[in-house]
Design a protein around this ligand. Structure first.
Ligand SMILES: [Fe+2]
Ligand SMILES: [Fe+2]
Length: 256
């Protein structure tokens, strides 16, 4: 691969303006993920939306949203303010893809069966007094049904193609583009199911009669939502955007 095509993930200097996209602002400063999570604003699947659009959808003023995203250059307590699930991106795509698999995929492979058993148990025990648990169970099953083949496709097909692209090896670029388009659509679908789960549980509010398992289920589902938002952000707004840059550079390079 020519030196000019050697990829390096560059943190963009996204100016904080009403027309800046949410994805670029979180890439520029990962602490903004927590701000947007708290405001209930999706920055991962909808990372292409501008601050102005997000403010309108969330029913807040653009100025208020801009102010909340304007964080001090040096956090007073970095360890407490930077979320563990929104790390500084590594400098190349191969490392980023490895990191996503080692952290977010490993988390989901462990957590999906554990939470499935917990959701089943809570539905069995509390379903008569909480009829919404039947829908929680069905929605969670739909999320697992989506994520299982999605994670496998990334690990076995799309991420290996990205590694080959980065190394300069031959890659079926049409397949890679189609694969990424499918993954983005699947992210949107999972994002919708996560919103549905949040709505069904009234924002993961703990009912007064909840037992320990019920509490653990709600905490586990909310943690999965947060991790999946960070996970999708890493893919949609960093990894796949950088792949597009590499593909455009390859298209612009005359064949030897
Ligand atoms: Fe992934
Ligand atoms: Fe994904």
């Amino acid at each position: 691969m020519p030196a000019s095509l050697t990829p390096a993930i560059v943190t963009p200097q996204a100016p904080l303006t009403p027309t800046a996209t949410l994805g670029s602002l979180v890439v520029a400063d990962a602490r903004r993920a927590a701000v947007l999570d708290r405001a209930g604003i999706d920055y991962c699947c909808n990372g292409h939306r501008t601050v102005a659009q997000a403010a309108q959808d969330a029913g807040v003023t653009v100025d208020d949203l801009l102010r909340s995203l304007d964080l001090p250059a040096e956090p007073a307590h970095p360890a407490a303010t930077v979320t563990a699930t929104a790390p500084t991106p590594p400098r190349d795509l191969t490392t980023l893809a490895h990191d996503i698999v080692d952290t977010h995929h490993a988390y989901l492979w462990d957590e999906m069966p554990r939470l499935a058993a917990l959701v089943d148990k809570v539905h069995r025990v509390h379903g008569d007094r909480h009829p919404e648990l039947a829908e929680v169970r069905a929605t969670f099953a739909a999320i697992v049904g989506d994520l299982d083949p999605h994670l496998a496709a990334e690990e076995r097909r799309v991420f290996p193609m990205i590694r080959r692209l980065e190394s300069g090896a031959a890659v079926p670029t049409a397949d890679l583009r189609a694969g990424i388009a499918t993954l983005r659509a699947e992210h949107d679908h999972v994002g919708g199911l996560l919103r549905q789960l949040r709505s069904l549980t009234a924002g993961y509010a703990v009912p007064t009669d909840a037992c320990g398992s019920y509490r653990a289920m709600l905490a586990g589902l909310e943690a999965m939502e947060k991790d999946t938002h960070a996970h999708i952000h890493q893919e949609n707004n960093i990894l796949f955007v950088q792949v597009d840059v590499l593909l455009a550079a390859r298209d612009a390079t005359p064949a030897e």
